[in-house]
Design a binder for this molecule. Structure first.
Ligand SMILES: *[C@@H]1O[C@H](CO)[C@@H](O)[C@H](O)[C@H]1NC(C)=O
Ligand SMILES: *[C@@H]1O[C@H](CO)[C@@H](O)[C@H](O)[C@H]1NC(C)=O
Ligand SMILES: *[C@@H]1O[C@H](CO)[C@@H](O)[C@H](O)[C@H]1NC(C)=O
Ligand SMILES: *[C@@H]1O[C@H](CO)[C@@H](O)[C@H](O)[C@H]1NC(C)=O
Ligand SMILES: *[C@@H]1O[C@H](CO)[C@@H](O)[C@H](O)[C@H]1NC(C)=O
Ligand SMILES: *[C@@H]1O[C@H](CO)[C@@H](O)[C@H](O)[C@H]1NC(C)=O
Ligand SMILES: *[C@@H]1O[C@H](CO)[C@@H](O)[C@H](O)[C@H]1NC(C)=O
Ligand SMILES: *[C@@H]1O[C@H](CO)[C@@H](O)[C@H](O)[C@H]1NC(C)=O
Ligand SMILES: *[C@@H]1O[C@H](CO)[C@@H](O)[C@H](O)[C@H]1NC(C)=O
Length: 460
């Protein structure tokens, strides 16, 4: 009885004395000191990989440890010594490698932001004279400069009380992703090292069910830095970004309104930050996609269907899905390229079908009557060519839902196919007729709010 009362009296004091961060900061690999939890990771990795590995830890935005004063330095020294580790990457970066070797060192956050380094306990004889050494690791005798993508080292992450953030559903999904990822400002960024053509990359960023995803929109210099780190960490040199020249008839890509932030929905928000590398943008009509070229720290534009690159996806949960159909469209299997626009879900099938089967097969979304696409506008044609481009670079024949219904006095009752323009195959030669029946075509479906015409069901 007395013990219970005693416990009851002691409990509140105990609860209020330890923070969430402090409570979880226990184990031989970590130590809590001065409002931060320092966590040692003994896996030796390159600097960029170490930097992105400090992201996300129980609702605290992490970064490689910032040695801000001798208290942090002493704590760090004890942590590595007690774990028998000799070198650990720490969060200094040199921003100007042509200036003094001991100048322009900053503390670098994972999201690309920096703060001037206020304390830098160099090991005697450091920094070296080599200006490619723009990263550092800490040893018991001080900080040593090195080339971060050549040297592998263990590292120490820091999680600070004052960088606590509310854990969101998206943050948890981001942290659970096994690819290189960064969660920053409510957005989740995931690096993809599976090389794809531009459109395939563009439509692949819808793989978190119910979350609005698109190729990364680099909006400032910090985000460009973050993208660069993610590219290095995932060992790709090039990554597609979501900056697209949507006006394909524009002959001068240097004009201010030429570039917009692309999404699968094809929004046309004009881009405001364009970190081109010299000689770009390249003024070719077909060079309407952009990729970030890490080696030269900027953007290049290039033909959408000529190269395969890695890519960075950006996910936002601040834009809730507007309708049930939009949600279901975004939740289709990642292997189906699709986009939601104009209250409709466009789905590029990845199977080959004969026409009759194709016209009956648009049933990807339960509860909605789909049908072969009825191209009604230029926007529909753009959607068709980009979704088919995703499948194989844009050289596909696609069945569309247009049929000739009045056969009187006519030589054809065949459907038409899309190949840059509509072609009536039967109007060509008899041999073509055989090819139509013999060749299987790809299917593009348009699933919209009910009220569709049911011609497909009348095809025998
Ligand atoms: C240490 O870092 C490596 C490389 O990023 C990572 O795979 C591993 O999960 C980390 N270990 C822990 C315990 O967080
Ligand atoms: C880098 O340092 C050099 C030499 O001090 C200086 O001339 C140059 O302006 C600096 N560059 C930047 C971007 O600060
Ligand atoms: C950098 O090195 C120069 C030349 O050795 C020295 O004069 C200067 O005080 C040093 N600056 C810092 C910030 O340590
Ligand atoms: C990056 O993260 C730091 C620490 O959480 C924050 O202070 C800063 O505003 C962030 N920068 C950007 C560009 O989001
Ligand atoms: C500087 O370091 C690089 C590796 O990052 C090395 O290839 C180069 O030889 C070094 N230069 C000098 C002058 O030591
Ligand atoms: C596209 O570019 C062409 C040629 O510069 C221009 O005439 C046309 O108005 C532009 N269209 C749009 C929608 O911006
Ligand atoms: C394209 O526009 C830029 C910016 O207005 C101009 O400097 C350049 O001469 C133009 N190039 C061509 C080929 O018209
Ligand atoms: C949107 O859908 C309606 C109904 O199908 C159609 O009439 C209209 O042309 C479409 N708009 C665009 C821009 O595709
Ligand atoms: C079908 O086409 C024929 C020949 O052009 C025309 O005479 C007839 O009225 C059409 N029938 C219908 C139902 O439109």
């Amino acid at each position: 009885m007395f013990e219970h009362i005693l416990l009851f009296l002691l409990l509140p004091a105990f609860v209020f004395s330890a923070t969430d961060l402090e409570t979880t900061c226990t184990g031989t690999d970590r130590v809590y000191s001065d409002g931060s939890c320092l966590v040692l990771n003994k896996t030796a990795v390159r600097y960029s990989k170490a930097k992105v590995s400090c992201e996300h830890y129980l609702g605290y935005s992490g970064h490689l440890v910032f040695i801000r004063n001798d208290i942090v330095e002493n704590t760090l020294q004890q942590l590595i010594t007690s774990n028998s580790v000799s070198n650990v990457y720490v969060g200094y970066e040199q921003t100007n490698t042509t200036g003094l070797r001991n100048g322009s060192w900053v503390y670098a956050y994972t999201n690309g932001s920096t703060a001037t380094a206020s304390y830098l306990p160099w090991k005697t004889g450091s920094p070296s004279k080599n200006n490619t050494y723009d990263r550092t690791y800490y040893t018991a005798s001080g900080v040593i400069d090195t080339a971060g993508e050549i040297t592998s080292s263990a590292f120490v992450c820091q999680y600070e009380e004052n960088l606590k953030q509310t854990v969101s559903d998206l943050e948890e999904k981001c942290a659970a992703n096994s690819r290189v990822h960064v969660y920053s400002n409510g957005h989740c960024y995931i690096a993809r090292s599976d090389y794809k053509y531009y459109y395939a990359a563009k439509y692949s960023c819808q793989d978190i069910p119910g979350i609005y995803g698109h190729l990364v929109h680099i909006r400032n210099a910090e985000q460009a830095q973050m993208v660069e780190t993610m590219i290095k960490a995932s060992s790709i040199s090039y990554a597609w970004t979501g900056l697209e020249a949507t006006n394909t008839s524009s002959t001068n890509k240097s004009l201010p309104d030429s570039w917009s932030y692309a999404t699968p929905q094809d929004t046309k928000e004009i881009a405001t930050f364009l970190p081109w590398i010299p000689g770009n943008p390249y003024n070719s009509i077909s060079a309407s996609a952009t990729f970030y070229y890490q080696i030269v720290h900027g953007l290049r534009n290039i033909n959408l269907n000529s190269y395969t690159f890695g890519f960075i996806c950006e996910y936002e949960d601040t834009k809730p899905m507007a309708t049930d159909l939009e949600f279901k469209c975004a939740s289709l299997a990642p292997s189906l390229y699709r986009a939601y626009r104009n209250d409709s879900c466009y789905v590029m099938s990845n199977s080959l079908y004969y026409y009759n089967k194709a016209s009956l097969s648009c049933k990807d979304i339960l509860g909605y009557d789909g049908h072969l696409i009825h191209p009604r506008s230029t926007d529909d044609l753009i959607m068709m060519s980009s979704l088919s481009g995703a499948l194989n670079g844009g050289y596909l024949n696609i069945w569309v839902g247009i049929e000739q219904t009045n056969l009187t006095g006519s030589i054809t009752n065949l459907p038409l196919s899309f190949l840059g323009k509509l072609i009536n195959r039967l109007a060509e030669t008899a041999q073509m007729f055989c090819i139509i029946r013999g060749v299987r075509y790809w299917t593009m479906c348009l699933t919209d709010i009910p009220n569709f015409d049911s011609f497909a069901n009348t095809v025998s």
